[in-house]
Design a protein around this ligand. Structure first.
Ligand code: ADP
Length: 589
């Protein structure tokens, strides 16, 4: 319960609904635990007197006594309904807040977090774990107030009856079976925590495989991977079912166990009552009160097991909530009034793995020293894995250097407001991502404090207007998930339009590796030439035809800069560059 306390604080805005639920829960508990047996105790002897009375009850009197039954059930039923309604409302609200907290956290976590965690597993945490939590919150909230009050009410009724009647004290002894119930409750709870954690992990694996498979639908067909995928899915699905059955095995064990233990208690009461020749009308209310005190124990045991299952899911959500936000704004960020766009990398090293066993892995960047002046266009060239994307990724602070620093206009990026840094960098990635929105909204996502052109203007600059105008709904045309309705060249042009719209002083152009038709390629080059004007640009060049846009070439290999200068000079002095350049030229001729 202590672990859950911070989450109870989330109830604060819903205190009124919680209060009503609490009051209704108390009314339900008192009417069930105390009211029911007490009413039976009072009414039964009047309706079925032990000795034959001279005067029979009149119909009206009989009706009056009988009406106590529906009355108690009306009070019990109504309070139960309102208790459930309001407590579920509170539970759902709290769950929504937790889900939102996790989602909000996911927006702030560094890129490295997404490298470490699979998309499917994160999806599973957001959907399946919060769902598990929801089921538990609803079950727990239904019984949390009602059952303890019912228990107290029933015990009070038992004590009142035991005191009022001679020879009834033995019923109190029957309550001794209750502590026995604590053992299975605790043991099963412990077992369930582990089993539930295991089940949620397996659910994560299942979602991971599924999301990977759905993203790779083309590859699955192209490489005939259908049966391999089926087998993989079957295996994880089987593991999930095993884990789930273990949870079912233990979670359903508790109720029958407690029922058996309490049945022994009730039998003992009947045995004693018969021994002491107590009349039936005196025994019935006692048995009802005894049942009313055992029932909450059973329900509270159920709550315990649900809480254990919920804790397993909460653990997995808290893992996200507690992840270090290593990349964030400093407490007192420096503000650069007008960014000129001068960059400086001082002794920068970066390694993707910070785990000990991988320390001997070659870092992605090693001792990079580099100055780029304002408005300079620098092409990054080199074999795949050389460190080009990693170097560019340091600018929007996707990563922070392990050693050394990156300065913008002489200020360390870490000392700036993170939002300002990201506003100052426009990125045109290799595979642009378009949201399932219309064209206009997709470009508007590029809005920054540097934006000054209109959507139409930027689309013209990026040569996107020609194909957008051909859409039936023009700029209002929806693009479909991930922009799947567009060709590679169109996607690139929209990404360029977004960068034109953002108009940031720093630009990263990560050229698409896939070949484009000549018309698209020419237009994209012309658009790029417009876009880089006046902006400090890092161009990750995959096609050497783009190199003419750059005034300076940086050749990167194995995390180091091995050549730096204008094309002619680098071509003359750097063997690697010469080989790569000549190979591409040969390919073209
Ligand atoms: P390039 O852009 O020149 O192809 P990268 O910057 O992508 O090179 O990669 C540099 C090195 O970092 C490579 O050795 C690559 O394997 C490694 N690397 C890149 N991304 C990751 C990642 N997410 N996790 C681990 N290693 C990575």
């Amino acid at each position: 319960m202590k672990r859950l306390f911070p989450y109870f604080l989330l109830l604060k805005p819903y205190w009124f609904a919680f209060l009503i639920a609490l009051i209704c829960g108390v009314i339900y508990g008192v009417s069930s635990g105390f009211g029911l047996p007490y009413m039976i105790d009072q009414v039964f002897p009047k309706i079925f007197p032990a000795e034959k009375l001279d005067v029979q009850l009149s119909t009206w009197e009989l009706l009056m006594y009988i009406s106590w039954f529906p009355l108690v059930f009306i009070i019990r039923g109504t309070s139960s309904y309102f208790n459930s309604y309001f407590i579920n409302y509170c539970g759902i609200r709290v769950l929504e807040k937790i889900r939102f907290q996790v989602f909000e956290k996911l927006q702030r976590l560094p890129i490295s977090f997404f490298h470490r965690n699979q998309e499917g597993d994160l999806l599973s945490r957001m959907i399946s774990d919060t769902g598990q939590l929801q089921a538990a919150i609803l079950q727990v909230s239904n019984d949390l107030i009602k059952q303890p009050i019912t228990f107290i009410g029933a015990i009070t009724a038992l004590i009142v009856m035991a005191v009022q009647r001679e020879g009834m004290a033995f019923v109190l002894l029957c309550l001794l079976v209750i502590p026995i119930c604590v053992f299975p409750i605790r043991r099963i709870g412990e077992l369930l925590l582990n089993k539930a954690l295991n089940m949620q992990e397996k659910a994560g694996n299942l979602t991971s495989i599924l999301s990977e498979n759905l993203s790779a639908y083309k590859e699955v067909r192209a490489f005939n991977l259908e049966s391999r995928e089926k087998e993989r899915f079957e295996n994880v699905s089987e593991n999930f079912i095993d884990a789930r059955m273990k949870v079912i095995k233990y979670s359903h064990m508790l109720t029958p166990l407690i029922e058996i233990i309490t049945a022994v208690g009730i039998s003992a009461a009947i045995f004693q009552a018969s021994r002491k020749s107590i009349q039936l009308d005196a025994v019935v209310p006692v048995i009802v009160a005894l049942y009313m005190s055992y029932e909450p124990v059973k329900k509270l045991g159920g709550i315990h097991t649900s809480i254990k299952q919920a804790l397993a899911s909460l653990d997995r959500l808290e893992e996200i909530l507690e992840t270090d936000e290593s990349i964030s704004s400093p407490p007192e960020p420096i503000e650069i009034k007008k960014i000129r766009g001068e960059l400086e990398f001082n002794n920068v090293s970066y390694s993707y793995s910070n785990r000990k066993e991988e320390l001997n892995e070659i870092p992605a960047l090693i001792d990079i020293n580099l100055k780029i002046s304002s408005g300079e266009v620098v092409a990054l060239v080199g074999p795949s894995g050389g460190g080009k994307s990693t170097l560019a990724g340091l600018l929007p602070r996707f990563y922070d250097p392990d050693k050394g620093s990156v300065l913008l206009d002489g200020v360390n990026l870490r000392d700036l407001f993170l939002h300002d840094v990201r506003d100052a960098v426009a990125l045109v990635p290799q595979k642009p991502f378009l949201f399932d929105l219309d064209v206009k909204k997709n470009i508007e996502l590029g809005q920054s404090k540097y934006t000054h052109a209109t959507i139409n203007e930027v689309c013209q600059l990026a040569y996107a207007d020609e194909f957008v105008n051909e859409f039936e709904q023009g700029y209002q045309e929806r693009l479909g998930e991930k922009g799947s309705r567009l060709s590679g060249g169109q996607l690139q042009r929209l990404a360029l339009a977004r960068a034109f719209f953002k108009n940031s002083p720093l630009l990263i152009l990560d050229e698409a590796t896939s070949a484009l038709d000549t018309e698209n390629e020419d237009k994209i080059h012309e658009a790029m030439a417009q876009l880089i004007k006046g902006k400090t640009t890092l161009l990750i060049a995959h096609r050497f035809s783009s190199l003419k846009l750059a005034s300076r070439i940086l050749v990167m290999d194995k995390g180091r800069i091995i050549a730096d200068g204008p094309h002619d000079e680098v071509y003359r002095n750097c063997d690697l560059y010469r080989t790569l350049y000549d190979q591409q030229n040969e390919g073209l001729t």
